[in-house]
Design a protein around this ligand. Structure first.
Ligand code: DAK
Length: 267
């Protein structure tokens, strides 16, 4: 498949999706969202993929938000299609069975910050900028920003960013807990890759169970969340990886995880 608005590279189990509209600072238009949705659907089916990384083409931007030129032309129907596509993509990102890391290499504004927030965690270049400037356009965040940001950094800090539309530096995003790590722009992809490879060496069944336990547990009370964990913990014993991991420890060797997310029927 030839994509026009994104690029995909796959190597050593890591699939890197690059938003590729650098002249428009990788702004999200319908075409890009459509391609991203398609790509995520395909990667979800690909057993070779163990970690997905998202980043932006060029040195300036991860994603500078929704394409304002396109937004300005919307009637209610086009807005609905755009909105539906956006939510579908964000949902796919959050629910993807493998870990997703956002490598934020520059501006991540509006929908750009929201896409990064839907990833499992974010590494940022020291030159990155985050913000939800929708309010300055007479809008509010539409891809989950009003929900994910307060859950991550608390309602007061989130409201300040959402109400002011202010942009913040990578360092401030680190202090607030939006990003896990800030690194020099020149080493961002390398640092992300190191972590991605470390994760890729783990068992995919356990990774998936851990991701689901965290994600689903966040939406429920602690007791219910702990019950989710009990079920997820039991489920990983259905995979050969649990035997392999414990056996490897006892035999003082490195584990080789071969568990598959989709076991053959009857196996
Ligand atoms: N859309 C379209 N083009 C954009 C763009 C954007 N968001 N951001 C930048 N560009 C284009 C610029 O127009 C310019 O194009 P040319 O003039 O060269 O043709 C080129 O990228 C370079 O940008 P600048 O010349 O402005 O570069 P600067 O370094 O001076 O400034 C900047 C960089 C990132 C500070 C500035 O470009 C900027 O403020 N950009 C807009 C940021 C923004 O407000 N983004 C939109 C946030 S609103 C929805 C769900 C979600 C959303 C909407 C609806 N529904 C559920 C329906 C999401 C909304 C948003 O994301």
């Amino acid at each position: 498949m030839n994509y026009e608005n994104i690029r995909i590279e796959q190597d050593e189990g890591i699939a890197t999706i690059t938003f590729n509209r650098p002249k428009a600072l990788n702004a999200l238009n319908r075409a890009l969202l459509g391609e991203l949705s398609l790509a995520l659907g395909r990667l979800a089916e690909d057993e070779e993929v163990r970690v997905v990384v998202l980043t932006g083409a060029g040195e300036k931007a991860f994603v500078a938000g929704a394409d304002i030129g396109e937004l300005a032309t919307f009637g209610p129907l086009a807005a609905k299609v755009f909105s539906r596509m956006g939510h579908e993509v964000i949902g796919k990102l959050q629910e993807l069975s493998v870990p997703v890391i956002a490598a934020v290499n520059g501006y991540a504004l509006g929908g750009g910050t929201e896409i990064a927030l839907a990833c499992d965690f974010i590494y940022a270049a020291d030159s990155a900028r985050f913000g939800l400037p929708e309010i300055t356009l007479g809008l509010i965040p539409g891809f989950g920003g009003t929900q994910r940001l307060p859950r991550l950094i608390g309602p007061a800090a989130a409201k300040e960013l959402i109400f002011s539309g202010r942009m913040i530096s990578a360092e401030e995003a680190l202090r607030l807990g939006i990003v896990n790590r800030v690194v020099p722009a020149s080493s961002l992809l390398e640092e992300v890759r190191k972590t991605a490879l470390e994760i890729a060496s783990k068992g995919r069944v356990a990774l998936r169970a851990a991701k689901e336990a965290v994600n689903h547990g966040l939406g429920v009370d602690l007791a219910t969340g702990c019950r989710l964990e009990v079920d997820a913990f039991a489920l990983v014993f259905a995979s050969p990886d649990a035997r392999e991991g414990t056996a490897a420890f006892l035999e003082k060797r490195k584990p080789v995880f071969r568990g598959r997310l989709k076991e053959a029927p009857g196996s």
